[in-house]
Design a protein around this ligand. Structure first.
Ligand code: FAD
Length: 499
């Protein structure tokens, strides 16, 4: 008898889970039903991804040209951070997704960062070293000529609603059952396991395993099973956002997200083929919703209010256990770390994969539940630390918000050690290995962040240096030769869109 898996919620998390489960377990091992309430709707933001979404489509066997045009999607090679560390003299830096060719320059970059920490003024900006940084600067796509011998990692930008619709059709065409109903009651058996869901019309839906994808409402995991939510409010102050679309750029489509620091938070700018998605993520302790909307409109040039703004509340933190009884939580119902590095869908995918692995390895029992919970919990914490570092290291003076973030002492032990090793001029790569952080944000990401901020320890006798320690020895040359293999992003999108 196949396992009856019932997913509640049809946002991106629900449909991602349905697709992964159907693809790998249907029909022999599982029957998947997804129930969603048409009158509640989805959150409708979350339009930037990491390269794990590329892996997601590879697992599903779906090619870019099959889904990207349907979702107005563009390629994403990384994130540019503008205005986070003005005092260091660096207006902007990039956190590119790293790829195979970066293996050749990784050592140069890390060595230069170390040299710079020792007091010699050499180049350490990530854009000078990583191929995706160069592609972003040139508005190039990450797809190379066929003769190019290396794999390039990339993510996507997409319309969240259209992606949901695409994934729904795909899952249903592959065997998932789709029901539209609001769940008003959750029934449990003697052991506390969930047995049935009751819809508004009184219909019952029975299952063996339930997946809570009900967004911030967390109807099954938090409301029914009472799993505790651990807030990150002490480390991450942002708790609200206002989103506002603007027309697509006339001068080509960028291949990166921009995260621009504003007075009391930051603004994302995500390029789609037909529009920009923009949003101001802020702390309501420091700025009101109206003020945030005005500042966002002014920043994106929409003060006459042509486009409608949407205000959202965010609950930042994670639940104590992501798998409790016979229920797994995914997406916003399991927790949320603010969207600065667009990590939410990455965490959805990682959670599903770890779960499927743990469940199958234990012969479809919960024998590995504790280990799974430990791993997912750890993932959330380490992603949080990487985001916290962006705030802790800021050098903005324009508001109490930025000062409060800088003075924030609520840092995890792991983050303290990373900063300690960096400022003491120690071997950060070794520390990251020691802490086993490579599967979260690894050596290169940390070096990009710290050098991108110009967060260097003060030295008594700084040497001028040539500014070019390794770059001079061929890195720049290598990168520009690589970049010749890549198309203009706009042209590549036209190629993907043309059948
Ligand atoms: C401001 C902001 C920006 C973000 N940016 C990014 C980003 O750039 N990248 C990224 O990866 N993530 C981002 N995220 C997170 C991302 O939006 C979510 O992780 C993603 O959309 C998945 O949401 P979800 O499916 O968990 O929840 P939702 O989209 O909220 O879906 C919830 C579903 O549950 C259903 N439901 C709820 N209650 C019931 C009920 N009682 N009965 C039946 N159905 C019910 C609803 O109908 C809906 O279908 C962002 C989030 C915010 C708030």
């Amino acid at each position: 008898m196949p396992l009856r898996i019932v997913i509640v919620g049809g946002g991106t998390a629900g449909w991602m889970a349905a697709n992964l489960l159907v693809r790998q377990w249907h029909p022999e091992r599982a029957h998947v039903t997804l129930v969603e309430s048409p009158d509640i709707g989805i959150i409708g933001v979350g339009e930037g991804s990491t390269p794990t979404l590329k892996r997601f489509f590879e697992i599903l066997g779906v090619e870019d040209h099959e889904w990207m045009p349907r979702c107005n999607a563009t390629y994403k090679v990384g994130i540019r951070f503008d205005g986070w560390s003005p005092a260091s003299g660096i207006d902007s830096y990039r956190h590119p997704f790293t790829s195979q060719p970066d293996v050749f320059v990784q050592r140069a970059f890390v060595t230069n960062c170390r040299t710079r920490r020792l007091g010699l003024d050499v180049r350490t900006q990530p854009d000078d070293f990583f191929l995706n940084g160069v592609l972003a600067k040139n508005r190039q796509s990450p797809l190379a000529a066929e003769s190019f011998p290396f794999e390039i990692d990339y993510g996507y930008h997409f319309d969240a609603r259209l992606l949901g619709q695409y994934l729904a059709e795909l899952a249903v065409s592959r065997g998932a059952e789709h029901r539209q109903a609001r769940i008003v009651e959750v029934r449990q058996g003697e052991t506390g396991d969930i047995t049935n869901l009751v819809t508004e019309s009184g219909e019952e839906i029975a299952g063996d395993l339930f997946i809570d994808c009900t967004g911030f409402a967390s109807v099954l995991m938090q409301k029914t099973l009472g799993v505790h939510f651990q807030t990150y409010k002490d480390n991450l102050f942002n708790d609200a956002a206002v989103a506002l679309p603007t027309p697509a750029a006339d001068d080509g489509v960028p291949s990166e997200t921009v995260s621009h620091a504003l007075s009391n938070g930051w603004c994302w700018q995500i390029p789609l083929t037909n529009r920009f998605g923009n949003g101001y993520v802020y702390s309501s302790d420091f700025i009101s919703a109206d003020e945030a909307e005005t500042e966002l409109r002014s920043f994106v040039g929409d003060l006459d209010g042509k486009n409608e703004a949407r205000h959202l509340k965010m609950r930042v933190g994670q639940i104590e256990r992501h798998w409790e009884k016979n229920c797994l939580a995914l997406g916003l119902s399991q927790g949320f770390i603010e969207p600065l590095e667009a990590t939410a869908l990455l965490l959805v995918q990682v959670t599903v994969e770890l779960f499927m692995d743990a469940y199958a390895k234990a012969d479809f029992t919960d024998a590995h539940r504790d280990e799974f919970n430990r791993k997912v919990h750890e993932r959330f914490e380490r992603v949080r630390d990487y985001i916290v570092a962006h705030y802790k290291l800021n050098t903005r003076e324009d508001s109490d918000y930025w000062k409060a973030n800088r003075e924030n002492l609520n840092l995890s032990e792991s983050l303290r050690r990373i900063l300690d090793v960096w400022y003491r001029r120690g071997d950060l790569s070794q520390e990251i290995q020691r802490q086993k952080l490579e599967s979260h944000f690894g050596t290169l990401s940390w070096h990009c962040l710290l050098s991108g901020y110009g967060a260097y320890p003060a030295t008594a006798d700084e040497q001028p240096g040539s500014g070019d320690l390794y770059v001079e020895q061929g890195v720049a040359d290598f990168l520009s030769r690589c970049a010749m293999n890549f198309n203009d992003h706009r042209l590549e999108l036209e190629r993907v869109t043309t059948p």
